[in-house]
Design a protein. Structure first.
Lengths: 149, 413
């Protein structure tokens, strides 16, 4: 009886760990972007998506993530989306739906020409606003702005 | 004798005109801001002759047509904080210098030599050591980057820059350079009608050569060796690649040559040796792959189902674990007249062409494409059985992907 319980418990644990929606750190210089296949190198512009089933997809540019979501018809709100914090890029990821974005092709040269930088708050974006000519965006605006390039 | 004075006079006049327009050679010795001062004083057409030594100067803006020549490789040091040369004038020549220790900027990309909005600039026989970006071209036209040595010790390979970085430029000629230890050896974004030849790009963190949105470029006789992920050519059309060597680009996401969204291009007479994947193609249209040799690669060619109108003709496939693999059953590309060392058909009419078709995609290639971890069972007894069964009763392998005229003998390329 005790053994059976133990086995059950073990299986239960295994089940839990595999289905949890959890952020997976990006291994820079090794992980490849799901969409464009390039090796992810730039800490400032990486993004990650975790599906409802807990599988993590990593991207080197917000434009790649958005394009991938569009192509694969991913629009569930349960999908977790993270984006690298431009001002603190050391594996510090933000909830992409809450982040503030600046868009400028001269200042933010992202790997796939999405040219988008993410910030935690409006305040943190302020020092860069002048360079980016105030081209500020929210999550809702991104899809229309980037995908039809 | 009456003519002589006027004749002489003419000579004197001409001579003075020539000497008057003659460019001056200004010798520069290491001192505080000596290059800055010399560049300020100089006139267009002058030569700055830098003596041997260490110059700790930065942000030297060249806005006149100057030639800067170094004797015995004078060192210009950015002290890991600054950038060194910014060229903003046409027809500048920089040669024989050693530019080192360029800093890192968060907003601007710092480079050893930056060419901004200029034409006919020549960067020749220089050494670039431990810089973020080696040579950086922005809106440059008809510039020559020749025989430079660009090396970084990869202190911070993830945040590092590219050896030669070109952006929104055209008609560049990049030849005979040796680039190592950078993020990408040569990086092109929006660069058209350019020529890249006889460069060696090795041990770079990401790609030996990286093309993005760059049309009508040719690269030839280059060697790309042991780069983190090989060479990537993406979102471009009219790219000609011939006589290059892609050697030992090994790793999980590594490719000899990664092609994505490439149209109307040619890949000829290249050598793909010991790469994880020789060529990986995705979303390509009308790409001609001819007279190449694929030797000892994990996968010779990986053609995704999104590719169409490509021809694979007269290539050698020798010693690859898998010659060809694909992720679908549709095949809109042609394989013909290739040599496959795994072909075990016969040639009864002795015309040097096998009488039965060759199917280059093996069963196990299909299986590992769908379930990558299945690779652990490769070359086991089980896979041998599957191979034999498939030969008798083909069910899994895409039957549209075949070579109807496989060659019996290796092509001499």
């Amino acid at each position: 009886m005790k053994q059976a319980l133990l086995i059950l418990l073990l299986f239960g644990l295994a089940g839990l760990s595999s289905c949890q929606q959890q952020f997976e750190p990006v291994d820079y210089g090794h992980d490849a972007c799901t969409h464009c296949k390039m090796t992810i190198m730039d800490k400032r512009f990486a993004a990650e998506m975790i599906t409802e089933k807990g599988r993590a997809y990593k991207f080197d540019d917000m434009a790649c993530l958005l394009q991938y979501m569009k192509e694969e018809h991913i629009n569930s709100v349960k999908t977790m989306i993270f984006v690298s914090d431009y001002s603190k890029p050391d594996n510090n990821f933000l909830d992409a739906r809450q982040a503030v974005y600046l868009h400028n092709s001269d200042v933010f040269k992202t790997p796939m020409d999405g040219n988008l930088a993410a910030f935690a708050t409006d305040g943190e974006a302020t020092p860069f606003k002048e360079h980016a000519r105030n081209n500020q965006l929210k999550w809702q605006d991104l899809a229309s702005k980037l995908i039809n390039q | 004798m009456k003519h002589v004075p006027s004749f002489l006079l003419l000579h004197i006049c001409l001579f003075s005109v020539i000497t008057g327009s003659f460019a001056a050679i200004i010798k520069v010795r290491p001192a505080a801001n000596s290059i800055h001062h010399a560049a300020d004083k100089a006139h267009s057409g002058d030569t700055l002759f830098l003596q041997k030594g260490v110059y700790k100067e930065h942000d030297i803006i060249i806005s006149k047509r100057l030639t800067i020549t170094g004797e015995g490789f004078p060192v210009i040091d950015g002290e890991n904080k600054y950038q060194v040369f910014i060229i903003a004038s046409d027809s500048v020549v920089i040669q024989g210098l050693q530019v080192q220790h360029i800093g890192k900027g968060s907003i601007i990309d710092m480079a050893g030599i930056k060419i901004v909005n200029a034409k006919y600039v020549t960067i020749r026989n220089n050494r670039f050591i431990n810089n973020t970006f080696g040579i950086y071209l922005q809106n440059a036209t008809r510039c020559y980057i020749v025989n430079n040595m660009i090396h970084s010790d990869a202190r911070d390979e993830i945040n590092g820059g590219n050896g030669i970085h070109a952006w929104k430029s055209s008609y560049l000629s990049i030849t005979g350079n040796s680039i190592s230890g950078h993020r990408d050896g040569i990086y092109f974004e929006f660069v058209t009608d350019s020529y890249i030849a006889a460069n060696t790009s090795f041990d770079n963190a990401r790609y030996g050569l990286h093309f993005m949105f760059s049309h009508n470029d040719t690269y030839t006789q280059n060697t790309f060796k042991s780069n983190g992920a090989g060479v990537a050519v993406m979102y471009s059309k009219g790219v000609i690649m011939h006589d290059n060597e892609f050697v030992h680009n090994w790793g999980d996401a590594s490719y000899g040559l990664l092609l994505k969204e490439i149209t109307d291009s040619k890949i000829e007479h290249n050598q793909f040796t010991k790469n994880t994947v020789g060529i990986h193609m995705e979303g390509t249209t009308r790409v001609d792959v001819r007279h190449n040799t694929f030797l000892d690669n994990g996968w010779g060619v990986r053609v995704q189902a999104s590719c169409s109108g490509s021809n694979f003709i007269e290539n050698n496939f020798i010693g690859n674990s898998f010659d060809v693999t694909t992720n679908g059953t549709m095949m809109l590309n042609v394989f013909n007249n290739n040599y496959w060392d795994k072909y075990d058909g016969y040639d009864l009419d002795k015309n040097n062409i096998g009488d039965v078709s060759y199917y280059p995609v093996s069963v196990y290639a299909v299986i590992t494409e769908k379930i990558p971890p299945a690779m652990v069972l490769y070359r086991s007894f089980l896979t041998d059985i599957m191979d034999q069964v498939e030969k008798v009763m083909p069910t899994i392998i895409p039957d549209m992907l075949k070579d109807d005229h496989p060659l019996m003998k290796k092509l001499k390329l």
